[in-house]
Design a binder for this molecule. Structure first.
Ligand SMILES: [Zn+2]
Length: 384
């Protein structure tokens, strides 16, 4: 059985170990060692990566109580190698994992929550509680969690005797009675856990609940601790700084400045809508009566205005009514008619105005690439 160095001291990053077995497997070579600091995937936490000699270790897993390291090259059985885990990654996981214990312990004490899910991935860290928590509950939880960090409480991991374990009130997902590893965060949490943690809460640095949502009748928390929380703060600080410059507002006032912009935007939308309606009414009032076909250029009109004007124009003439609006190198068009089937005539119309588009028998829409004079001449003289 491999000696579990991560169990004895979570701060061991470099160590010597002898290869006991090396077998070719699907993803490389499957290695077992006499001792290892590589923590295998388990308990919601991904495995350590690193090196055994020159071999890259990308996967470590446990099966039937044995720890297997997947190496990218063959290693010599019986030889002792210098080994190292990727410490930055491991330490970050220890910060996040310990932070998770602190939050879960406090949520259990203060809100009676049970942790029903934990995921410590490379991109996202989530904790699922079985109870709904409010904004105020979350703020309280975060404040108390960081207080536990600032108080630099001892974090101990040990295997109590069964008789001692029986008397302990600890959180656990499994109903084990023997060989239970207890992680004790002084006065904050008592939990069965096999993963490596920091040795005192101060090393967690910072606990930030970056988001939360209702999840399966309870609450899912998205958290960042330590280095991850710091990097998130750096990125968000930069964003806040840039927004404050853009808004010419103090960093602490950017929410108010954004609210003001939203209000101004809403008022402008009303003004634009009123101006559009006014322009449409004016265009409708100028529609000529008594002409067989109508061709109107309304360059500032949007698609909705063009359709409304075209429908009004269709009521005023027997033939076809074309509304055109200048785009970069073409015209948008809406053509309507009460009496002529535009669907069957669309090919002929598009050919004449170098256009593409289609629609229903009473209205077709599209783009025209012919010049203005050619369009006017064709529409005004249109005959079936
Ligand atoms: Zn743990």
């Amino acid at each position: 059985m491999t000696r579990r160095l991560f169990d004895e001291d979570s701060y061991i990053a470099l160590f010597y170990a002898t290869v006991l077995k090396c077998e070719k497997c699907e993803n490389g070579y499957c290695i077992t060692l006499d001792k290892t600091a590589f923590f295998p995937t388990g308990g919601g936490q991904s495995c350590d990566t690193g090196k055994i000699g020159d071999a890259e270790i990308r996967d470590v897993f446990e099966k039937d109580g044995e720890i297997f390291h997947i190496a990218d090259r063959e290693l010599i059985v019986g030889k002792e190698y210098d080994c190292g885990i990727d410490w930055d990654k491991r330490f970050s996981k220890m910060q996040n994992h310990t932070g998770e214990h602190i939050l879960s312990g406090l949520a259990h004490t203060h809100f009676g929550c049970t942790n029903v899910g934990f995921h410590l991935g490379n991109d996202e860290i989530t904790i699922d509680f079985d109870k709904k928590l409010s904004d105020i509950d979350i703020a309280f939880l975060e404040m108390r969690a960081n207080k536990a960090v600032f108080n630099n409480l001892a974090v101990k991991a040990y295997y109590p005797e069964p008789s001692e374990l029986e008397k302990m009130n600890y959180r656990s997902k499994l109903d084990l009675k023997e060989n239970v590893r207890i992680v004790d965060i002084f006065g904050v949490d008592l939990c069965a856990c096999c993963a490596p943690h920091v040795k005192s809460t101060g090393a967690v640095g910072l606990i930030k609940i970056v988001d939360f949502q209702s999840y399966k009748g309870g609450t899912r928390l998205y958290i960042l601790c330590g280095k991850d929380a710091y990097e998130d703060y750096v990125q968000k600080s930069q964003t806040v700084r840039e927004i404050s410059v853009l808004l010419s507002a103090k960093q602490s006032d950017i929410d108010l400045a954004v609210k003001r912009i939203f209000e101004e935007n809403a008022a402008l939308k009303v003004q634009i809508s009123e101006a559009k309606q006014k322009a449409l009414n004016s265009a409708i009032s100028k529609l000529e009566t008594g002409k067989r076909n109508l061709c109107i250029f309304a360059d500032d009109f949007d698609a909705n205005q063009m359709r409304q004007l075209a429908n009004k124009a269709a009521e005023m003439c027997e033939g076809i009514c074309g509304i055109f609006s200048q785009k970069q190198n073409s015209f948008s068009y809406v053509i309507t008619s009460r009496n002529i089937d535009l669907k069957t005539n669309s090919q002929k119309i598009n050919a004449a105005i170098s256009g593409k588009g289609g629609g229903q028998s009473t209205m077709i829409c599209g783009s025209a690439f012919a010049d203005k004079e050619a369009i006017i001449s064709f529409i005004e003289n249109f005959e079936v």
